[in-house]
Every structure is written in structure tokens, then in C-alpha cells.
Design a protein around this ligand. Sequence first.
Ligand SMILES: [Zn+2]
Length: 179
Amino acid sequence: MESSIINHSREDFLAQLEANGRKPSWIVEEMRTEAQRMKKASEVAAAQALREARRMQESARKMPQPQETEGKFEVRFAQVLVEIMTGRPTIAKPDMIMMPEPEKFEPLALVLSSTEQFYYRVTPSHCPCQGWYWSNVRYGIGKCRHHTQAFPEVAKENTRRIEQIKSQKKTQTGRRSAQ
Ligand SMILES: [Zn+2]
């Protein structure tokens, strides 16, 4: 009984196809068309995404870029930072602010400049001031007041190495003038 119903409906189906002037292979055709439509749609989506990405890139370029600080910060920024860390506003201007969490990051201190206008961002291996820069140019080793204040142990070692280089230079100059 059942099979005859199926056969019957299939015949109806085929008859309907005939009536619509379509061959049974139309399903394959439809599927192919659908696949092409989807491919096209995904290409359009990809193109749209690319356009969006370019647009975002463009607007990022137009946004103001962060200013290069060169490791030198106005006093008020250091005070804001202290407020961020302690939860209390401050107008204090200590000569040095040791930063917390040295086990996670490189030890860091903010050291007040002699003009008391700025804080220098000082680490065991760097100070952004002129004194440090020129010491580095001259001896290949940095040394300055801020670094000595923040990291006296490292500074002592740097001083020892600089003294060594100085005395070597003196010996060389002495030999040259003796010749
Ligand atoms: Zn310095």
C-alpha cells in the first residue's frame, strides 16, 4: 500500500515537473546556482569586511597619536599616578617615587629633576636625562644623579667601571706624550 502511495506521488511530482517544463536535473541546476549565489555573497561580505578594516585603519591614522615623552613627565602627571595608586589626591612633590611591583616589572623610580618641573623615569639600566646620555657617549656606561639616587648599588658599580676606563685613558695619554 505504502509503496504505491510513494510511487504515485513521485509520478505526480514528475508530472508536475513536466508541466513546468523542467527536467529532473533542475535540482542540480538550482543547487549550482545557489552555490554560486553563496560564493558571490561571501565575496561581497569579504569585500565589505576589507573596506571596513581599511576605514578603521584610516580613522586610526587621523586620531591624535600619543606624545613621545622621552621618559620625562610633568610633576602633575606623577601626582595623578600617586592618586591612582593610593586612591588619594596629592600635591606632594617628593624627590623620588619608587614604583611598586618590582618583581613583575623592571624596578622603576620616578626622580624629580633639579628644576623640580619633571620626574624622570629611572630604571637600573637607564635614565632619560642628559647626564646619563653623555656618560653613555663618553664611557659606554650611564651615570647621573637620578640613577645614583634611585639605584645606589648599580650606580656604585657603574662608577667603578667608569673610573677604570678613565684611568686606562690617562695611562694611554701618558704613554703617548712620553713617546
Ligand atoms: Zn638622570
